[in-house]
Design a protein around this ligand. Structure first.
Ligand SMILES: Nc1ncnc2c1ncn2[C@@H]1O[C@H](COP(=O)(O)OP(=O)(O)OP(=O)(O)O)[C@@H](O)[C@H]1O
Length: 400
């Protein structure tokens, strides 16, 4: 007798990553809005692998959001079929669909009169989980998205920064452990530094969770950073190219896609490389409150001392010049650490952080924000030179 195979959606196609997501299949999907001549989405077909992040990128009004919202039936397709694993989404009950598909959007959409815990626990509550299980899940989700449960579960949305609200939005979308996550410009409304951090956190989370994620953005650099695959869409959601970021950058399918890749191609290639591809450097570090004389010995001939808090997180830079005048215990540096990167950050993020910091390098932090090393301007410049040299020797059109 053949061994029974489950209809489990686990797929090990994403190398080295655990996968809990389900594949999505869109077949000949069309959307016609009432009163519109042309369809907003015209005969769209796509297979999305389980456990991958697929980014829809394209000009405003091309149909990205409409296409995505048909997957969870916030918009009903006019024609075509959408399968989630082996289930036809049009045949699922709305509650079942919400459990299977998490949803995070730019406007976040947290309920202002509900606490953070109530917001995150909303779908589990709808699914009638018992209170203890909801409470445990809320705390787990807050931890996972980098918010201290004790500090945040009882707060209201207005008591959080924009970036923290986005984290709660992601926590809420993940609360019922759906295999699929739809994200519509979820980081669109925050400043560039917070945005870079949220992107890093999403990648970190995804490496643990392996969901199937459909992500909509206008921003091609965001697509390169997050996407296992990018779908470049034209009008009426026509798929101009659907491939890995590397393949699209190396060989854009047509002039429109090439226009997206644009003249900043070298910088964009830099967006494919991550900090973990580089050997991290070191600077002298010392805890806040260090004795000035001991700090001078630690610094030796270095230009800057990096001051760390109790949890080894970088907080302030202290220049050799300022340290020379210091006496007693050092409580402050001469400028705050403005931006840091993680090993998952791209070299574009690293370049940004280095320019923000102004000293020729930026601190790299680990999973809990602790200092692990530095990335230096010279390393970025060397990588740019390598990319340019490779471009000069790669014949056009070859996907290297
Ligand atoms: N409810 C609606 N009724 C009629 N037309 C609509 C409706 N929603 C969207 N459209 C039209 O459908 C097309 C696709 O819109 P959609 O919001 O999917 O595009 P998009 O690529 O997500 O745009 P953006 O990047 O600006 O958010 C647009 O021409 C839009 O005007």
């Amino acid at each position: 007798m053949p061994e029974s195979t489950t209809t489990s959606t686990v797929d090990d196609s994403v190398a080295g990553r655990s996968v809990s997501g389900a594949p999505i299949e869109l077949a000949h999907v069309t959307k016609r809005y009432a009163g519109q001549q042309a369809p907003a989405v015209d005969d769209f077909s796509m297979h999305i692998n389980a456990g991958e992040i697929v980014v829809f990128v394209g000009p405003s009004g091309c149909g990205k959001t409409t296409t995505m919202k048909m997957i969870n039936r916030l918009i009903e397709p006019s024609a075509g079929r959408i399968m989630l694993g082996d289930q036809d989404v049009t045949k699922l009950e709305p509650a079942q669909l919400r459990r299977r598909i998490g949803y995070a959007i730019q406007q976040v959409g947290l309920f202002p009169h509900m606490t953070i815990a109530q917001n995150i626990g909303q779908v589990p509550a709808m699914l009638k989980w018992d209170r203890q299980r909801i409470r445990a899940r809320v705390d787990e989700m807050l931890e996972l998205t980098g918010l201290d449960p004790d500090a945040y579960r009882g707060r209201f949305p207005r008591q959080l920064s924009g970036g923290q609200q986005q984290r709660v939005g992601v926590a809420r979308a993940l609360a019922a452990d759906p295999p699929v996550l739809l994200m519509d410009e979820p980081f669109g409304a925050v400043d560039p530094i917070t945005r870079g951090n949220l992107q890093d956190e999403l990648l970190n989370l995804q490496s643990q969770l392996g969901k199937t994620i459909v992500f909509v953005t206008h921003d091609f650099d965001e697509a390169i950073k997050l996407g296992d695959r990018i779908a470049v869409l034209g009008n009426q959601s026509k798929i101009l190219q659907y491939d890995t970021p590397e393949a699209i950058l190396a060989a854009p399918a047509d002039d429109t896609v090439a226009g997206f890749v644009g003249s900043g191609a070298t910088i964009r290639q830099l967006g494919l490389k991550r900090v973990h591809h580089l050997q991290l450097g070191k600077v002298a570090t010392a805890p806040l409150g260090v004795d000035a004389e001991a700090a001078r010995q630690t610094l030796g001939g270095g230009k800057h001392l990096l001051l760390l808090d109790k949890r080894n997180r970088p907080v302030e830079w202290l220049s050799a010049r300022a340290l020379a005048k210091a006496t007693g215990s050092v409580q402050h540096g001469d400028h705050l650490v403005g931006d840091t990167v993680t090993r998952r950050s791209t070299l574009v993020d690293a370049l940004d952080a280095i320019l923000t910091e102004g000293g020729g390098y930026a601190a790299v932090t680990g999973e809990r924000g602790e200092y692990v090393g530095t990335v230096q301007m010279e390393q970025i410049m060397a990588t740019i030179t390598e990319i340019r040299e490779a471009q000069d020797t790669t014949p056009t059109g070859s996907a290297g």
